[in-house]
Ligand binder design. Structure first.
Ligand SMILES: NC(=O)c1ccc[n+]([C@@H]2O[C@H](COP(=O)([O-])OP(=O)(O)OC[C@H]3O[C@@H](n4cnc5c(N)ncnc54)[C@H](O)[C@@H]3O)[C@@H](O)[C@H]2O)c1
Length: 327
């Protein structure tokens, strides 16, 4: 199939492009490189430098190619920034996505696979979070994704677009076959920040509170490896096409790892001491976030294979070592 990958030069999408190429699809990466890296675009795919906020860019790429499906990763994702500059998130994430939906209608592209997030749920009312859990985002980023989800659902009803909305939890780790060579820019997530501390790019890893009601006092999160996300995306496309049915599922590991467990795993696997410091809790950080992946299993027969913490740390460490040298 002929597939357009919006935001395809980014961290998660580059892993999905590898699987799409392996599966024999023709891939066009569309990215404005605001956060992504041209090195994440593989030689087997085409690259189009463009912005989803620019209608002319979308027209140009869609006029040139007859796409069968769109994988939509293009978004800003920094929770803190979204609370400071919601207007940037409204424009990039919401307006950009509505442009994409309108162009899908105009160019008769039927299928969309959309990257949504755990942030749509907000503070968990129960664990594991399932897809029926109420939606109450604690930040504008999560809100922006709900608005897009709702628009996709309306376009499905009114314009016969078929969608897969995939809600990822904490993506971490790098390609297990070592085919990705770049690290993310301006990182805010636990594992890349820990790597920066390990490689002396920052003084220490801040641990936001060690007095939570968990066995070691630190928060617990559900990590998911991008190779596992990739296999789920391929299955999701197949599902919505063969069943002609929409899909909305969590993509998670269904189990959690605490911040201290992550730190211990890093020290054990790298045989290095990680400098960390306990600092104040952050506002709005839930104690435990674990999501059910039961529905993804039922619908897609998908289960994570690479999302154990050792594989996540090991693959991340290798890429950082290639970029920065020995810590
Ligand atoms: N990383 C996570 O843990 C996580 C969790 C849940 C959901 N998500 C979602 O997954 C998607 C991919 O996330 P990621 O971690 O790979 O982030 P990323 O920043 O590495 O990738 C996003 C890509 O989109 C591009 N982009 C952004 N705005 C654009 C625009 N207007 N036009 C064209 N390209 C644009 C960026 O340059 C980048 O290459 C995002 O939609 C994000 O919200 C990520």
């Amino acid at each position: 199939m002929n597939i357009l990958v919006l935001g395809g030069a980014g961290y998660i999408a580059s892993h999905i492009c590898l699987d799409l190429i392996d599966a024999g699809h023709k891939v066009t990466v569309f990215d404005n490189l605001s956060k992504g890296d041209k090195k994440n675009v593989f030689q087997q795919s085409d690259f189009f430098y463009g912005d989803i906020c620019n209608i002319k860019d979308l027209d140009e790429v869609m006029k040139k190619n007859k796409f069968d499906a769109i994988f939509h990763f293009a978004a800003f994702k920094a929770v803190g920034d979204s609370m400071i500059a919601p207007e940037i998130y409204a424009n990039n994430n919401i307006i950009g996505s509505i442009n994409v939906l309108n162009k899908m209608v105009e160019y008769k592209i039927k299928y969309i696979i959309f990257s949504s997030t755990a942030a749509v749920y907000g503070e968990p009312e129960y664990i594991p979070i399932d897809e029926q859990h109420r939606l109450k985002p604690e930040n504008y980023y999560g809100f922006s994704k709900i608005v897009i989800e709702n628009n996709i659902k309306w376009y499905s009803k009114l314009k016969n677009i078929r969608y897969a909305i995939l809600r990822y939890f904490n993506a971490a780790g790098y390609d297990v076959k070592g085919r990705i060579s770049t690290i993310e820019k301006e990182v805010t997530n636990l594992i890349p920040v820990a790597m920066e501390a390990l490689f002396g790019r920052r003084e220490y890893l801040p641990v936001y509170g060690d007095n939570y009601p968990t066995s070691d006092g630190t928060c617990i999160r559900d990590f998911i490896h991008p190779n596992d996300l990739a296999s789920a995306h391929i299955k999701a496309l197949d599902y919505i096409m063969t069943k002609n049915e929409d899909l909305l599922v969590n993509l998670s590991q269904n189990s959690g790892t605490s911040v201290f467990e992550v730190i211990k795993a890093i020290e054990r696997l790298t045989a290095k001491k990680l400098n960390y410091k306990i600092v104040n809790r952050r506002l709005g950080d839930p104690t435990t976030v674990i999501a059910s992946n039961k529905l993804a299993f039922e619908k897609l027969q998908w289960q994570p294979q690479y999302s154990n913490i050792d594989t996540i740390i090991d693959t991340t460490y290798k890429v950082y070592k290639n970029v920065y040298g020995e810590p």
